[in-house]
Design a protein around this ligand. Structure first.
Ligand code: FAD
Length: 587
């Protein structure tokens, strides 16, 4: 089983030194969330992740969730751990105190999301979708509905799901077939089949609150006719107690390559009672509240899995002896593999990406809070634009890089990485879903290019470029060396944006074929922007903690020399266009 120690030093460094966003610091709501409090919370969060949740990773992999006599059973140990987890209030960390939550900002809860993802993604998913459903209801449900359902969800006694996918529709939700027939009392009868539903059924909670998209009888076809419904597993009585079973049953639990402890279910809705949330035919917009927040969390899943893969690769490389290095001092035995240049390169590649991602995520968490709670509409809108720009980037880039990192981790472990001995292959398998669910990474790239670049006429990206340029224009000569390098790639990003806009007028296939590359160029530039923020503090505060900052500076150096150039590769690859791709005859 892999070991894991939560990277508290790095997390606390970010919280203490990089809360540099003046708009975020203006949010009165979080005045009391200071470094001491956060240190305590993250310290406890680390303990629960390392001691309670980490052992569940192996248990879930060896004893997948299963359907037994109509009941979905979670793996051994999950129930006890879940009860302790909700008893200690962890599920409610970021929820509104009005419904029993602890009201912590994303700048804190995102760190906990990362720790849980490192410890056991399968276990995490049982509460993750509850928080997703909570967020959707909080923003779109009427007050009576919120009062009836949210407190129990925040307490963790009831869980939540997101029911979109059907056998014939995954990416293209406009094709959905699930029907909603309105009843005289204003409720709906929901009928249809949903597949691949995470935590669709399980034995951890008393009730499950499904958020289901369906088409009302008089609604138009396509995405314009989709509405959102709350469909509980058990009907909830007026007084909040649990009533009769609703018409939702579990057809099967999927057998999967990874995240085996997570119950991925086929759900059959047979005239199940559903309650419409928000206006008719606007269901997809409401579901996007849940999906957008979830997409960032999926990016964080990639980050968390990358972190545990890196930690174990590092310790293995320090223990395993093979071969001699060019400058070996060893007279009889072999050197530790950490002495080999290629292993060192691989480890630094992981480390520089992971720490850059964590810093970028921290910046994004601040933007998210500003986009939700700032009093100035203009400030709020700008933050909201940045969140929408970065959502597909974080989801896609972090999860794709987590595939690279978990694969490299296996490589560092050699044959022992491929066998089950070290648990490294499980990280690779568990991560493989992250580029697929919550909208595949290709769909994220299309969203970035068509909706966030072209539809906005490049305004958001231009603003972001201006922000990067002005904020990286450092007074410190040592930072300037890095900023100059970054500016070179920012100019490439701008040229790439112009190229995309131009090609959109002439050949849309060029744009579609370039979307993934564009996302990567923007992603690597964004990581470098986050690294500049880290460098600014590292040089300024250098004397206060030399060892820590020396490490940061040298890791950043690796990132700028060895990783950031990928931004240019993606640009060059993309601008060769799509004619060969589209004209190629597949036999
Ligand atoms: C373990 C697991 C958990 C899941 N959890 C949930 C859940 O809780 N709730 C839920 O509703 N769903 C869930 N899903 C479903 C998941 O979100 C979908 O599988 C995913 O969105 C892709 O849909 P699909 O499988 O139908 O693939 P398809 O949509 O058929 O896509 C197949 C391929 O075509 C590509 N493609 C499709 N359209 C385009 C396009 N326009 N342009 C370019 N490429 C395109 C895709 O990128 C993909 O590579 C889960 C799936 C799994 C496996």
């Amino acid at each position: 089983m892999p070991n894991y120690t939560a990277p508290l030093d790095d997390m606390l460094f970010l919280f203490e030194k990089l809360r540099d966003n003046k708009n975020y610091n203006e949010l009165e709501k979080y005045n009391e969330v200071n470094s001491d409090l956060v240190k305590d919370i993250l310290g406890e969060a680390a303990k629960i992740s390392e001691n309670l949740i980490l052992p569940l990773a192996l248990s879930g992999d060896e004893n997948p969730a299963k359907l037994e006599n109509g009941v979905v059973r979670t793996p051994p140990g999950y129930k006890e751990a879940y009860n302790k987890y909700i008893e200690d209030g962890w599920i409610s960390l970021s929820c509104d105190p009005k419904y029993g939550g602890q009201g912590m900002p994303k700048t804190v809860s995102a760190f906990f999301d990362e720790m849980l993802s490192s410890a056991s993604l399968s276990f995490k998913l049982y509460s993750e979708l509850t928080i997703g459903a909570y967020n959707c209801l909080l923003r779109h449900a009427p007050d009576e509905m919120k009062d009836k359902y949210l407190p129990k969800m925040v307490e963790g006694k009831w869980s939540g799901t997101m029911c979109l996918t059907e056998p014939v529709c995954g990416t293209d939700l406009g094709m959905l077939k699930t029907k909603a027939v309105e009843q005289k009392d204003g409720t709906f009868k929901i009928s249809g089949q949903k597949i691949f539903i995470t935590s669709g059924d399980h034995d951890l909670t008393e009730n499950i609150i499904h958020l289901v998209i369906a088409r009302a009888s008089d609604s138009p076809s396509g995405t314009k006719g989709i509405s959102l419904f709350l469909v509980p597993k058990y009907i909830v009585n007026e007084d909040g107690s649990i009533g009769p079973r609703n018409g939702v049953s579990t057809g099967s639990v999927e057998h999967k390559m990874g995240i085996k402890g997570s119950a991925t279910c086929v759900l059959n809705f047979d005239e199940a009672v559903g309650y419409m949330i928000g206006p008719k035919n606007k269901g997809l917009n409401q579901m996007f509240t849940m999906m957008n927040l979830e997409r960032i969390v999926v990016g964080i899943q990639g980050l968390g899995i990358s972190e545990i893969a890196y930690q174990n690769s590092l310790s293995y490389a320090k223990e395993r002896k093979q071969g001699k290095t060019n400058n070996s001092k060893s007279t009889n035995g072999a050197d530790f593999i950490i002495e080999h240049a290629d292993i060192r390169r691989s480890l630094l590649n992981m480390k520089s990406i992971i720490e850059g991602e964590r810093a970028l995520c921290f910046w994004l968490s601040q933007q998210t809070e500003v986009s939700l709670y700032h009093s100035d509409e203009k400030v709020k809108q700008e933050a909201s634009d940045y969140v929408s720009l970065m959502t597909p980037v974080v989801k896609s880039l972090f999860t794709d890089l987590a595939m690279e990192i978990t694969s490299d981790a296996m490589q560092i472990h050699g044959g022992y990485g491929f066998t089950k001995d070290q648990g490294i292959e499980q990280l690779y398998r568990d991560n493989r879903i992250t580029p697929i669910y919550e909208g595949t990474n290709s769909v994220q790239a299309a969203d970035l290019v068509f909706r966030k670049l072209i539809n906005k006429n490049g305004d958001i990206i231009n603003k972001f470029v201006e922000t990067i340029k002005s904020e990286s224009d450092s007074k410190n000569d040592k930072v300037k060396i890095f900023s100059k390098e970054l500016n070179y790639y920012v100019d490439i990003l701008s040229k790439f944006s112009d190229w995309i806009k131009d090609r959109h007028l002439n050949d849309k296939d060029d744009v579609s074929a370039a979307a993934n590359d564009y996302l990567k160029t923007l992603g690597f530039v964004s990581l470098a922007y986050a690294w500049i923020k880290v460098l600014e503090v590292s040089f300024e505060d250098y004397d206060s903690n030399k060892k820590f900052y020396e490490d940061k500076i040298n890791t950043a150096k690796f990132f700028f020399e060895k990783v950031l150039p990928r931004a240019e590769f993606h640009y060059k690859s993309a601008i060769s266009g799509s004619s060969n791709i589209m004209n190629f005859k597949f036999n």
